[in-house]
Design a protein around this ligand. Sequence first.
Ligand SMILES: [Zn+2]
Length: 214
Amino acid sequence: MNIILLGPPGAGKGTQAQRLVDLHHLRQLSTGDMLRAAVKAGTPVGIEAKAVMDRGELVSDAIVSALIGEELDATPETGAIFDGYPRTAAQAASLDDILTQRGRKLDHVIELEVDEDALVERITGRYTCASCGKGYHDRFEQPREPGVCDRCGSTEFKRRPDDNEETVRTRMAEYRAKTAPVLPIYEARGIVSRVDGMAEMDVVTASIEAILGQ
Ligand SMILES: [Zn+2]
């Protein structure tokens, strides 16, 4: 089984990807992670990629394709979750070639959908205890005693600076721009499924499982 999992920041994609890895023994292939690992391990593709990056240039699609091929060949029996790839029509075509050459195919493209306004509320409302790190939310999870951490009694709390509305909306726009070139390609094949990424994590997992079981 080979799938692409898509979802904007805050949709819980990381959690769901990890669950898919555990439940189906898939490998998550994130191009950024693969690139760093290949460079570190000094594989042929890694050496080539390092030379390109040392010159301050972007790694080409050909190098990324070679990297993915190298990874798939390392564990030929294991399915893959593609993360952050493909981003362009050309990369989507490359991925088809890479998979076909190995007798594989892309089975599903699953997108975790979010309601942007609800996501803004979810992200901008969250904060943590500065002492023990317990998570809270302005609307959904306040301490039992206002201003006092339930777990450790601290009265200091903190928010991440990028948990603000502008950042969330910018990230959503970036996400849409990144996926816009490839989603129609997979829509045309009828392999795109959408799941409500705002639901409880277990509900999201169950929805994904239902899609994979089809
Ligand atoms: Zn605390």
